[in-house]
Design a binder for this molecule. Sequence first.
Ligand code: GTP
Length: 268
Amino acid sequence: LSIGPGRTNFKKKPVIIIVIGMAGTGKTTLMHRLVCDMQATNKRGYVVNLDPAVMTLPFGANIDIRDTVRYKDVMKEYGLGPNGGILTSLNLFATKFDEVVSVIERRADQLDYVLVDTPGQIEIFTWSASGAIVTEAFASTFPTVVAYVVDTPRSTSPITFMSNMLYACSILYKTRLPLVLTFNKVDVAKHEFAIEWMQDFDTFQTALESDKSYSATYTRSLSLALDEFYKNLRSVGISAVSGTGVNMFFEAIEASTSDYMETYRADL
Ligand code: GTP
């Protein structure tokens, strides 16, 4: 494994990659791809599954919330629906999260990356106290990066794209961690349009002008505000299915980690 030059001064610690994305964006498929790639390239990885409701995983998880909490039992016990059951399961697991961190710390010098899969319903992780506890527990101990997964084919309309970027922006502000915009499914739709829209304000405006609705006017002002957000991000196009872009994904993770560590977390 080649690690970025910025990280060579730090004690050897794995980079935690928290994979966040809306339902169906391909988080689990991406995790599987990353696990396979790490095995093929001798990167030493560890996998944490935080989705209590997932039926089957295509990869083995080293730490799995389902081994500790059964979300269907939680639903019955507390009289909850599926989302309440998942949220409460994550809350229960979060109370023991220091143990998860300790397990990883004990293996720290033998690991390059820890991949963390989050629940399918994005807000259960991003807008919950337990999501914040888990994120902070990782970030205070290890270099931690968020991979925000975007369903590229479903983001080709300028307004949908803008909504998705606003969501990514809110995650950046909530977690205060480096974020890699991970445009998935580029085998179906290439992500060049997104890069262009993020780099060239006028191109995005032209795309918006084809939509005369109220929200297009609103989006114009929002896109100005997001300009600053784009400048502080790394973006990568990937196909979890074909494997295109995996190398660039790891490069973006390393570069984001180095920047962040040098600027904010020299203590790690
Ligand atoms: P939830 O856990 O339900 O939120 O889903 P997820 O975000 O984990 O997505 P999942 O990995 O289950 O993928 C959703 C669908 O997208 C599946 O049908 C995948 O086969 C498909 N998919 C994922 N990645 C890719 C990709 O890179 N290309 C294509 N063409 N399809 C993909």
